[in-house]
Design a protein around this ligand. Structure first.
Ligand code: NAD
Length: 360
């Protein structure tokens, strides 16, 4: 099989880490009998330098014409880069927001996985994390409070601000279906998180999730209030498989979940629409402070590439193999500087890519 992948290398460490991810993908292709055609697309600072704007219509069209998008990261040093002297709508990050919108990417997935070898970086007590944990936070990305009507008024000399939280049943249904589909590829458990004891939008969320659950008899599901979920994530993270939640709750919980894994250079992510199409990128930024030095950790991008194989191309076996190769490299004691600890062997960006390829 052949797939078309739009590649946005981006800025800062972006080109270095995406190059390693492509190397690993090509190696996986040789082994598992698929090939990828890459189309390089400019976005962020790299696009500003060439076109004067962070995202062109042509770039959007190239992404739409692909089966998936693989991205590094965009943006520069926000204090010193000339990109940040431009008006906000012309800065690098505006390109990413516009692309997410143009591609209708409503479902954001962020795995939080604790590697046995990196558990020293986890801030939780060992008795809580014994045996590791492996969860997927599935966050609705285009609705809710962040997209609702808002205004600030003054009444009798008192300032007053409004933000509205709205979801319709179709928005809830499509993300819930995605959540249950993903649970089917994992441990078949969904925890739907809401605030149904207070919010109408959450009560509708609960009803629609229950309707969707009927189509997935193999998946067990539960409802959990968001305040309880925030506690459970640090009390007993092992209980979770897929956490399905709305935009703002997901924003907060996904950061909490990623913090308990301890390392930013390891965290992958995906944003999906209603089809198999998705945009895959590491959770971290473009790290301009370490760009061009061959020291950035490429693993988050490599794991994002594995997610692309799993969720956009249904190449689960190849995705499993990449994830296993990453685990093996860590077991063999190789570390980039951000995850370095005593007694381990230091590897640069390129070496880390090579070591993972060797273990595929
Ligand atoms: P950042 O994630 O780029 O960096 C934070 C810290 O983590 C830095 O010390 C950096 O060196 C380190 N780090 C990040 N990724 C690493 C990796 N793979 N290996 C080793 N170390 C790594 O966040 P920031 O410094 O706040 O932002 C830098 C730029 O990235 C800004 O322009 C910001 O807007 C942009 N940004 C882009 C995205 C995106 O493209 N989706 C996301 C977040 C931030």
């Amino acid at each position: 099989m052949n797939y078309k992948v739009a590649v946005i290398k981006g800025d800062g460490i972006g080109p270095e880490i995406v190059t390693e991810a492509q190397k690993v993908l090509d190696k996986a292709g040789e082994k598992f009998g698929f090939s990828l055609d890459y189309k390089e697309v400019l976005m962020g600072g790299a696009s500003i330098d060439v076109h004067g704007i962070p995202l062109t219509d042509e770039a959007i069209a190239d992404c739409k014409a692909s089966d998936a998008v693989l991205m590094g990261a965009i943006g520069g040093n926000t204090s010193t880069s000339p990109w940040y002297k431009l008006e906000p709508s012309k800065r690098p990050e505006a390109g990413l927001l516009a692309l997410r919108k143009a591609l209708n990417l409503f479902a954001n997935l962020r795995p939080a996985y604790l590697y046995e070898e990196l558990k020293g970086a986890c801030p939780l007590k060992e008795e809580i994390t014994e045996g590791g944990f492996d969860m997927m936070i599935m966050r609705e990305l285009t609705g809710g409070l962040y997209f609702g009507e808002r205004k600030t008024i003054e009444e009798n000399g008192v300032r007053k601000a409004y933000d509205s939280l709205t979801y319709d049943e179709n928005e809830i249904r499509r993300i819930a279906k995605r959540g249950f589909d993903i649970a089917m590829k994992r441990n078949k458990k969904v925890t739907s998180v809401d605030k149904a004891n207070v919010l109408d939008s959450s009560r509708l969320w609960r009803k629609v999730v229950e309707e969707v659950a009927k189509d997935y008899p193999e998946v067990s599901y539960e409802h959990m209030l968001v305040d309880n979920c925030a506690m459970q994530l640090v009390r007993d993270p092992k209980q979770f498989d897929v956490i399905l939640t709305e935009n703002m709750f997901g924003d907060i919980l996904s950061d909490e979940a990623s913090m308990v894994t301890g390392s930013i250079g390891m965290l992958s992510s995906a944003s999906l629409n209603e089809t198999k199409f998705g945009l895959y990128e590491p959770s971290h930024g473009s790290a301009p402070d370490i760009a061009g030095q061959n020291i950035a950790n490429p693993i988050a991008t490599i794991l994002s590439a594995a997610m692309m194989l799993r969720f956009s191309f249904d190449l689960d076996e190849a995705a499993d193999a990449i994830e296993a190769a990453v685990k093996k490299v860590l077991e063999d004691g190789y570390r980039t500087v951000d995850i370095m600890s005593e007694g381990m062997t230091k590897a640069g960006t390129k070496e880390m890519g090579d070591l993972i390829c060797e273990r595929l």
